[in-house]
Design a protein around this ligand. Structure first.
Ligand SMILES: Cc1cc2nc3c(=O)[nH]c(=O)nc-3n(C[C@H](O)[C@H](O)[C@H](O)COP(=O)(O)O)c2cc1C
Length: 309
């Protein structure tokens, strides 16, 4: 049999499109700007890299400590630490422009205007193939409630970004909501080309000796194997209801994890926390998917997407 075809189009409705050679991508915040991993693994074999969340101005993030291990994952409260969009355009994008792997810039703002401004600055920048909007971010003008917590706020952020860029637009949903499908519908209506989910689940840890929360920020986001069943279920729920591509994320550490998400309806997947323990995890996952398809005689990835729904 000839090699299976793993290519996937993540923005079929968008004039520019977002064609990935395969469905395995690196999740935002766990793969830096890609440059950090370029020495360790062949990053050009990845389907795409989603870079660290980028704000309008450089940001130092939350107080230390910012990471704590849990039984089956990690709690982090890194916050918005990043170099800011201007430095990203000046220093990172020229490097990316020479790469074959598409780079998707994850963006976050404290206001609708900030989201729009970052999108406007990124539009037309060589080396940037798409935008992923992180809506798990406090909306300052709404008393700090996260954009991702209400369909109206999530849609408003999406619409503002859509108005200011023709780049393919992925909206990354928060799991910290009552009905994730409601938010998915709202952001698609507002112009999202694709949906990714999930971001981290809110959690905390307490230190017995000091009798204080472990994280400097008190609460953090839980990621890793612990969240996989939650993420898989949300992907399943959303993929069954929407017509745009869905990108699955949450606790994916092996090819079988990734295949479960694909069968649940994900057109692509993101590998996050697993890369901390094994920087080669995304490539191991890619090779495992290829092996599975070859063994099962599946010529096209599309035959697997949503097969369990
Ligand atoms: C240290 C760390 C930093 C993260 N930073 C971001 C970020 O900047 N933007 C974002 O959308 N998600 C961020 N995430 C969330 C991940 O992209 C991913 O959605 C989440 O960790 C679940 O996937 P995983 O279990 O494979 O890690 C971060 C996660 C971790 C662990």
């Amino acid at each position: 049999m000839t090699s299976p075809n793993l290519a996937v189009q993540l923005a079929p409705q968008n004039r520019r499109g977002l064609l990935l050679a395969n469905p395995v991508t690196a999740a935002s915040g766990t793969f830096g700007y890609g440059t950090e991993y370029a020495e360790i693994i062949d990053i050009q074999r990845l389907g795409a890299i989603i870079c660290k969340g980028t704000t309008l101005k450089p940001c130092s993030g939350n107080p230390q400590p910012r990471m704590v291990e849990t039984v089956a994952g990690v709690l982090n409260s890194i916050g918005m630490e990043n170099i800011g969009v201007d430095a990203l355009i000046r220093e990172k994008a020229p490097v990316w422009a020479g790469w074959s792997v598409p780079i998707i810039v994850n963006i976050l703002g404290n206001s609708i205007e900030e989201y729009a401004e970052i999108a406007r600055l990124l539009d037309g920048v060589a080396g940037v193939s798409g935008i992923e909007i992180n809506i798990s971010c406090p909306n300052v003008s709404a008393g700090g409630m996260e954009f991702g917590a209400s369909p109206e706020a999530a849609a408003a952020a999406t619409a503002a970004v859509r108005a200011d860029t023709t780049l393919p637009l992925i909206v990354k949903l928060s799991p910290n909501v009552t009905d994730v499908t409601e938010i998915a519908h709202a952001v698609i209506e507002a112009g999202a080309d694709a949906i990714s989910l999930i971001n981290t689940l809110k959690g905390m840890a307490i230190d017995l000796a000091s009798r204080r929360p472990v994280l400097g920020n008190i609460s953090g986001g839980l990621s890793g194997p612990a969240i996989k069943p939650v993420a898989l279920h949300m992907v399943y729920q959303v993929a069954r209801e929407v017509r745009v591509p869905v990108i699955g994320c949450g606790g994916i550490a092996s090819a079988s994890d990734a295949l479960e998400f694909i069968l649940a309806g994900a057109s692509a997947i993101q590998v996050g926390t697993a890369t901390f323990a094994n920087p080669r995890a995304p490539l191991d996952i890619l090779e495992g998917i290829e092996d599975f398809m070859a063994k099962e005689g599946v010529p096209q990835l599309s035959e697997l997407i949503g097969a369990a729904t």
